[in-house]
Design a protein around this ligand. Structure first.
Ligand SMILES: [Zn+2]
Ligand SMILES: [Zn+2]
Length: 364
């Protein structure tokens, strides 16, 4: 048995150091998880480069899939998993008792809240193993685990996070229904996830947009995943393209672009009268290019912000991944070991890495 865990600690921006940790003693109420893979998203490189500050040295990684190696009896009942099970770890923790937790809004748990998340908790809080860039992760009594079927490859299973986001942002928040026409802005992994989710929900027509050279390959993936129309907004007008393909504007527009100040204006232009816009890609800035505020009034649009995912969406994501209905195994994937994480994260933060799905596998 390994007596120490290895983990990458983010000491300061762009300073990720491999360190050893004692394995925690597991009691009746908690569990230890051996990490199989940890997916990376835009949040990871923002955290790495210091755009997203953390409260001291932290083990990053919030899209973790692993195997339960030790679990207390009470925890086993609460999490509904047993030793040896493959699980995904929910980013947020829930006390399961406060008003917000009992009202199914555990992301705003009064005890934990949106800052006390896996991948963001400082190592100074015992036992330190709060992130997925590690061989082991500690599941506290307030952790939430989602069981992963053995038929699903653990690396592929890390997509539970972006796909769960797609389900919540593109379907649950805007209440997308059968027959809807949907426009998704941003062809990254979350755009693809939104496409899958809206198609599953019965959307009649889904357009996905991207911008320029870098997104070209991603738009090809969107086609592979069933997009009815892909548009490069560098050279094409998405409103014109959507109108000529469907004869109308979108019932629902989903903006998952990162740092694009043009997307909000485009969303308003793309949305039909009485339609809904979900904004889920953070911009890190103020202002929006070519935004017609009056159109929001005249069209009586509903604008919805979406942050994070919930347990339900994660469970549905795991079902979709396990169904093999969509070609997730064909996405360009880059899997690296703990030692190569520094390189990969600096490439990601400089926009130099094109793989759609990057992950850390502590076993390689
Ligand atoms: Zn993420
Ligand atoms: Zn709570």
């Amino acid at each position: 048995m390994i007596m120490k865990a290895k983990a990458l600690v983010l000491k300061a921006p762009k300073e990720l150091v491999l360190e050893e940790f004692d394995l925690p003693t597991i009691g009746d109420d908690d569990a230890l998880i051996e990490v199989e893979a940890c997916g990376l998203c835009g949040t990871d490189h923002e955290q790495y480069s210091g755009i997203l500050p953390t409260g001291g040295p932290t083990i990053p990684g919030h899209e973790t899939v692993g195997r339960v190696t030790e679990i207390g009896e009470t925890a086993s009942k609460r999490f509904n998993v047993k030793c040896g099970d493959l699980v995904a770890v929910e980013v947020f923790q829930s006390c399961r008792q406060c008003d917000n937790c009992t009202n199914n809004d555990y992301r705003h748990c009064k005890e934990h809240g949106i800052f006390d998340m896996y991948g963001f908790i400082p190592v100074s809080k015992a036992p330190g193993l709060w992130g997925g860039y590690a061989t082991h992760l500690y599941a506290s009594k307030d952790a939430m685990l989602i069981k992963i079927p053995e038929s699903l490859d653990p690396q592929l299973a890390t997509l539970f996070n972006p796909l769960g986001a797609g389900i919540r942002w593109a379907v649950e928040v805007p209440e997308t229904k059968k027959g809807d026409i949907v426009a998704i802005l941003g062809p990254g992994i979350r755009g693809i996830a939104g496409l899958v989710a809206t198609k599953q929900a019965g959307a009649k027509f889904v357009m996905v947009t991207g911008y320029g050279e870098r997104d070209r390959k991603r738009l090809e993936y969107a086609k592979l995943f069933g997009a009815d129309l892909v548009v490069d907004t560098q050279t094409q007008d998405p409103v014109k393209e959507l109108r000529s393909a469907t004869g109308q504007l979108a019932d629902v527009v989903i903006d998952v672009t990162a740092k694009s100040t043009a997307a909000f204006g485009q969303s308003v232009n793309l949305c039909k009268d009485g339609g809904k816009i979900v904004i889920a890609g953070t911009k890190g800035t103020t202002g929006a290019e070519n935004l017609s505020i009056d159109s929001i009034i005249y069209k009586e649009l509903t604008i919805l912000g979406a942050l994070g995912v919930d347990y339900n969406s994660y469970s549905k994501a795991v079902e979709i991944l396990d169904s093999n209905e969509f070609p997730f195994d064909q996405l360009s994937r880059l899997s690296i070991g703990l030692n190569d994480a520094n390189n990969l994260l600096s490439e990601l933060s400089e926009g130099k890495q094109d793989a759609l799905h990057c992950l850390i596998n502590p076993k390689i």
